[in-house]
Design a protein around this ligand. Structure first.
Ligand code: SAM
Ligand code: SF4
Length: 353
């Protein structure tokens, strides 16, 4: 399909996380392999690509808004333009998209794009995805449906990609996965876990100036990983460890697989073993059935844990997930609690330097 469109120019707009941004680099790599050239502006591109995020309703609404902008542009532009969608939204709900955006020309597949080397655009970070998908099925989350089950790349494959990175242009190697702590990839005929992968990368690729990774799941973070963090000075001292909620009842309903006590114990262990570590986290506010007291448990934990960074989001029901079947809180309650938590976090900022 793409070949018949060449030679052409393309423009990609990316929504969502670092993994999506890395996917867009592979999409760019695929389009350039096919002879396309990047265009700085959508108005001068023949191929318009939206790489989408489906994690929250707000992200989806922004995608539909952008699609309408593209459609308007195409109708008023003299250039021959095609509009494609990629990423998490078409991976789980193509029918709905075709209904709402019948003018779309088609979908680009991330799995296919990943066969092409990325065209790296981020200046500081060189992203390398070490695993795709997720097996955890946290009840609110669309990722296991949009990205499928976990698939870990072999260490050989990952090393080959890292050796091709020009570290004169990138300050940090960023390893990506929805749950890097459950990495289980092949290395010299056996299966290795994440701590060993980190050691192999640092040993085999001395040009790596600094190494970071996202995301660690608290239920799978091992003493072995904390040990590697404490011994390897090239590993970034910011550890992202999403707790999502502080109430054990809500954590269980969310299917997170750990308790507040386990999480806080992990934080203490990391702080004791890794000097100058900065711990950041994600919080979901207003999960179905969250009581005022349960919300206050989260506020209390935020006050007392001294996080470096806290990302917050109001619960967003995602069609097809188990949490979408639960009776939701009123949106006004979710918004008010989110507001209150954000105000609290802002008031704590000077403490978290
Ligand atoms: N794999 C990571 C983990 O387990 O922490 C997170 C990946 S998820 C794409 C990024 C963040 O989006 C989550 O940490 C969570 O806080 C938020 N999120 C996911 N689904 C959500 C939903 N339905 N409503 C609100 N926030 C959500
Ligand atoms: Fe979603 Fe949970 Fe998997 Fe993270 S671990 S991607 S929140 S299902």
């Amino acid at each position: 399909m793409l070949k018949s469109l060449m030679p052409r120019t393309y423009h990609i707009i990316t929504f969502g996380c670092q993994m999506n941004k890395n996917d867009s680099e592979h999409l760019a790599g695929m389009l350039e392999f096919e002879g396309c050239k990047p265009a700085d502006e959508p108005s001068s591109a023949n191929i318009l690509v939206l790489n989408t995020c489906a994690v929250r309703d707000k992200a989806e609404r922004r995608v539909y808004g952008q699609l309408e902008n593209f459609d308007y542009l195409r109708r008023t532009n003299k250039l021959d333009q095609k509009i494609f969608l990629a990423g998490c939204m078409p991976a789980y709900d193509r029918g709905e998209i075709q209904k709402r955006a019948p003018f779309l020309d088609g979908f680009l597949e991330i799995e296919e794009a990943r066969r092409y080397p990325p065209r790296r655009t981020a200046s500081a970070e060189a992203w390398v995805t070490i695993m795709q998908g997720c097996n955890n099925f946290c009840v609110y989350c669309i990722v296991p449906y949009a990205r499928g089950r976990e698939r870990s790349r072999s260490a050989e494959d990952i090393l080959a990609e890292i050796r091709g990175i020009d570290f004169a242009k990138h300050e940090v190697l960023f390893l990506l996965g929805q749950n890097v702590n459950s990495y289980a990839g092949a290395w010299q005929g056996r299966t290795i876990a994440f701590p060993e992968l980190l050691e192999i990368i640092l040993r085999e690729c001395p040009a790596v100036p600094k190494l970071s990774f996202l995301t660690s799941h608290p239920k799978d973070m091992t003493d072995g990983l904390i040990d590697v963090l404490s011994r390897q000075p090239k590993i970034d001292r910011e550890v992202h460890l999403p707790i999502q909620h502080a109430s054990d009842r809500i954590l269980q309903l969310m299917n997170r697989g750990y308790t507040r006590g386990h999480y806080l114990n992990l934080v203490s262990k990391i702080r004791a073993r890794v000097p100058q570590v900065k711990i950041s986290t994600d919080i979901i506010v207003g999960f179905p059935g969250e009581t005022e007291n349960e919300f206050l448990e989260t506020c209390e934990l935020i006050k007392t844990t001294d996080f470096f960074r806290v990302n917050t989001a109001g619960f967003s029901a995602r069609r097809g997930t188990a949490a979408a079947e639960l009776p939701p809180l009123k949106q006004t309650v979710v918004d008010e609690r989110l507001n209150r938590l954000n105000t609290l976090i802002n008031s704590l900022k000077p403490l978290n330097k």
